[in-house]
Each structure stands twice: as structure tokens, then as C-alpha cells.
Design a protein around this ligand. Structure first.
Ligand code: URA
Length: 241
């Protein structure tokens, strides 16, 4: 049994918040009875109607996208900028799992599976995300040690992470640093470097959990295999218990 608003959202009909509004405003019927409270749970056999239309559960879709630069990580944009959803051809109501900044490139998952998406982005999930940052100046081993232990960003001390210096380009005075995080705050990588006095010039996410960009060029995408979807579920469900 699951909460009605969750079932509606997971069907791809609308977001969970919108589903709550629809319920509270009396648009939703379960087995012919109008529901106007949020506590109601339903099972797979319940017939759900919204404004007279029977809810169909959409087949789940899981896409691994190589996000290019200058694309907004959202379903729509008020400034009419190109969004990740514009670049992935799908007739499903897919949306990005978490966020990458407008200028960040790399691995991005898109899905209409609200349950998996919520589990992956939950602060409890600790799914690893590996980035390579090109930063201004010479980032030294001592900086890496401090960053790996935790730095303060917006009054929050970041959790332990892995930091590896890949290469220092003396001519251009920039360093390439690999950072693996097990949490995901807004603009976290940029803010962590900033906290230590380094500016991120370029940022690419090379891995999300075990998923890499192998075989994809910027702007391309592929569907996850069933095995990969199961593996993602088992990762987050282990962490939940
Ligand atoms: N950290 C950032 O600063 N930006 C991103 O896009 C992702 C992680």
C-alpha cells in the first residue's frame, strides 16, 4: 500500500506536490469515491481517476545522458534556455535525478521513476559522485587533505570525501583534481574549492555510482539496462536499512 499522492506522482501524471493539491481540491477519486485527505493509501488494484480520467501507470524509463555545457538541468526554464529534457527524445514524463549546474558537463540520470529518483537523491543514500575539476592555481596535497576531511560551506561542514590530484599544468597554472562525494549539496564542488581559495574553471561529473560516460559523446544518451537499474535499487536499498 502506498500513499495516493505518491502513486499519482510515480505514474508520471504530475509532481507529488501537484498531486497533493489535486487531492485537497477534490479532483481525485479512488474506486469511485472522492478523496480529499492526504493520508489515504492505495494498492495496485485501486482505480484512480483524476478529473474523470483513469490514471495509467507509465512504463518506467531510465536514461544516462552526457550533459553538455550551457544546458539547464530542469524540465522547463522560465528564461527559455535549452533544458536537458529538450535534448532527450522521450514520450515519457522524465526529469533529471538531482542537478548539475548550467556549465557543468557529464553523467546525468533522467527517469520517470519517482521512487528511485528520491532514493538516489536522499541525504541518506550516500551514492558516490565523481567529478573532475579544473581549478585555478596550484592545488597541493595539503589542500587535498583538508578538502577530503571536510571544509565549511554556507555554515555546513562537508562530509569526508576522496580527493586526488590528477595533474598540475604549470604553463597555464591550473590543476586537475578528482573529487568523489558521497553527498550532494547545491554547487558543492565549486563551493568546496572556493572555501580553500580556488576557483573552478571547468567541472565534469565522470561517474554517478557505478555509471560512467563510456561510449557516449557530449549530448548523447543511452538507456540503462535492467541489470543497472536493479543495481541502483540495491545500492540505495542497502543504504536505507
Ligand atoms: N558541484 C557543483 O559545484 N556543481 C555541479 O554541477 C555539481 C556539483
Amino acid at each position: 500500500m502506498e500513499r495516493l499522492q505518491k502513486v499519482i506522482a510515480n505514474s508520471g501524471y504530475c509532481s507529488r506536490r501537484k498531486a497533493e493539491e489535486l487531492i485537497l481540491n477534490g479532483h481525485v477519486f479512488v474506486d469511485g469515491v472522492r478523496v480529499t485527505e492526504l493520508g489515504v493509501k492505495v494498492n495496485g488494484n485501486s482505480a484512480i481517476q483524476i478529473d474523470g480520467v483513469t490514471l495509467k501507470t507509465e512504463a518506467k524509463e531510465y536514461i544516462l545522458f552526457y550533459k553538455p555545457r550551457s544546458v539547464i538541468c530542469s524540465v522547463s526554464d522560465e528564461k527559455n534556455r535549452k533544458t536537458v529534457v529538450d535534448l532527450v527524445k522521450s514520450d515519457k514524463r522524465i526529469y533529471p535525478v538531482g542537478r548539475l549546474d548550467y556549465d557543468t558537463t557529464g553523467v546525468l540520470l533522467l527517469t520517470n521513476d519517482g521512487e528511485l529518483s528520491n532514493l538516489l537523491i536522499s541525504p541518506k543514500s550516500h551514492v558516490s559522485k565523481t567529478y573532475v575539476a579544473k581549478v585555478s592555481g596550484c592545488f597541493k596535497k595539503d589542500d587535498a587533505k583538508i578538502m577530503a576531511t571536510g571544509v565549511e560551506i554556507d555554515g555546513y561542514t562537508t562530509k569526508k570525501c576522496n580527493v586526488k590530484i590528477k595533474r598540475y599544468d604549470k604553463k597555464n597554472n591550473v590543476t586537475f583534481v578528482e573529487v568523489t562525494l558521497y553527498e550532494g549539496k547545491n554547487h558543492q564542488v565549486k563551493k568546496m574549492f572556493e572555501a580553500l581559495g580556488f576557483m573552478v574553471i571547468k567541472l565534469k561529473r565522470e561517474m554517478f555510482a557505478f555509471l560512467t560516460l563510456d561510449g557516449l559523446s557530449s549530448g548523447q544518451y543511452r538507456y540503462l539496462t535492467i541489470k543497472e537499474v536493479h543495481k541502483l535499487y540495491s545500492l540505495v536499498q542497502q543504504k536505507k536499512s
